[in-house]
Write a protein that binds this ligand. Sequence first.
Ligand SMILES: Cc1cc2nc3c(=O)[nH]c(=O)nc-3n(C[C@H](O)[C@H](O)[C@H](O)COP(=O)(O)O)c2cc1C
Length: 326
Amino acid sequence: MARGAAFLGSEHAILCGAMSWVSERNLVAAISNAGGFGVIACGAMTPDLLDKEIAATKTLTAKPFGVNLITMHPALFDLIAVCASHGVGHVVLAGGIPPKGSVEAIKEFGAKVLVFAPTLALARKLLRSGADALVIEGSEAGGHIGPVSTSVLAQEFLPALAEDHLVFVAGGIGRGDMVAAYLEMGAAGVQLGTRFACASESIAHADFKKAFFRANARDAVASVQVDPRLPVIPVRALKNKGTEEFTAKQREVAQLLDDGKVEMGEAQLRIEHYWAGALRRAVIDGDVENGSLMAGQSVGMVTSEEPVATIIEGLLAESEQALSRR
Ligand SMILES: Cc1cc2nc3c(=O)[nH]c(=O)nc-3n(C[C@H](O)[C@H](O)[C@H](O)COP(=O)(O)O)c2cc1C
């Protein structure tokens, strides 16, 4: 983990992946204070809100933390400017290929850039053009997902890139045994979301947490695309009424597209706004029926509320045990 930890400036190379509404000041600061690396989820925040969130996080921790920006956010460059004004050390660009000039704009104020890449060829290209580190995230993960599992991505990307580049592995990591396995394969560190979502320091509603404690891996299902003309990124979440509502939402947006009332970019943005709203209903309001309970398959290993420090210590102990068994 040393390489990853040196890059992040944290004690352990364990990132808590940004989770919209969940990864706010309290959880982010708790993760960083416990020796991990917290990341603020900017999601659909305005630049003004992000500004306040970063400032508030700084009052809760003196340790490094990052900011996750969604590439399709209409105010991406203003959000980058907010990160610059706070001297944020690490920016994660998520949700698609970084638009032209965004990596450069982040590097210009001295921050490190972490990117996601769906294919090895694209990963190489992004690393060549300035990205400092890569996150590979498999389909076991919670939230927006790609089609390939973490185990396959790890076998494809790590042998090819890990010697010369920093690669963090995410998706489906529930125990330290898996952390050890990916480190052995060359990963610089790992990123977890689901395991941290219900930590004591997480502001997620008590009912949201209860739904996680009750759920098994098989309850965390990927959304399906209902209209071939409207490509939607699948989202993994616990099955509920909201899952069905998403089907209706897709039909509604596809109709607007057909009627020429919106363009493709706008249609996809409407889908993303839908998710942001649905996730908020579940995380903040505790509406676990109609809201979106985004969760990864590791949700079956989330059985009780624990402080972040306990979760991190547990992962490290399991990882060490696994390595000494070897
Ligand atoms: C509730 C929830 C919300 C998420 N929101 C975001 C997000 O806003 N941006 C992002 O890049 N990833 C998001 N993710 C993905 C996490 O950052 C992380 O990569 C993922 O949870 C790792 O896989 P795991 O859930 O199997 O641990 C979210 C995940 C969850 C569970």
